[in-house]
Ligand binder design. Structure first.
Ligand SMILES: [Zn+2]
Length: 144
């Protein structure tokens, strides 16, 4: 993976950004092996989807999750707002695959095509369920 250190990309507050398989790192920010593997997983996703469809999907999914997080902010307390905004990014299926498998140094050797899509769908098929009304009530009480 080609790494370009510079002072413009990504914007301040971020360490690195993968643009079409080239990793742009801000200044002398530290990057470790796990971060590189995370970005390599994204590069694999880009190659299998096509670069433009990857970015369209990524931005559209992030905007939908961000909008939902912003709409629901008045419903949660201050401590949970930041977590909810971060979750808009971290819960993207593309990010979930990259974060989940970045610790595995050999993941890309056995990764299934479209794993970012297949894993969440199969998880839902084999046990993902909506909480019942009684479970929802218990969750709300335990958070207070
Ligand atoms: Zn990522």
């Amino acid at each position: 993976m080609k790494i370009v250190r510079n002072s413009l990309i990504p914007v301040p507050g971020f360490t690195a950004m993968n643009l079409c398989g080239v990793l742009f790192v801000r200044g002398q920010a530290a990057i470790d092996d796990e971060m590189l593997r995370h970005e390599r997983i994204h590069t694999r996703q880009m190659r299998e989807m096509g670069y433009l469809p990857f970015y369209i999907w990524y931005v559209a999914a992030w905007l939908v999750r961000l909008l939902w997080a912003l709409v629901s902010l008045p419903l949660v307390d201050k401590k949970r707002r930041r977590h909810r905004l971060y979750g808009a990014y971290a819960n993207l299926w593309l990010e979930r695959e990259a974060y989940r498998h970045a610790p595995d140094a050999h993941y890309l050797e056995h990764r299934r095509h479209y794993a970012w899509l297949i894993e969440p769908l199969s998880a839902c098929r084999s046990g993902c369920k909506r909480p019942s009304e009684s479970e929802k009530g218990q969750g709300a009480r335990s958070r207070r």
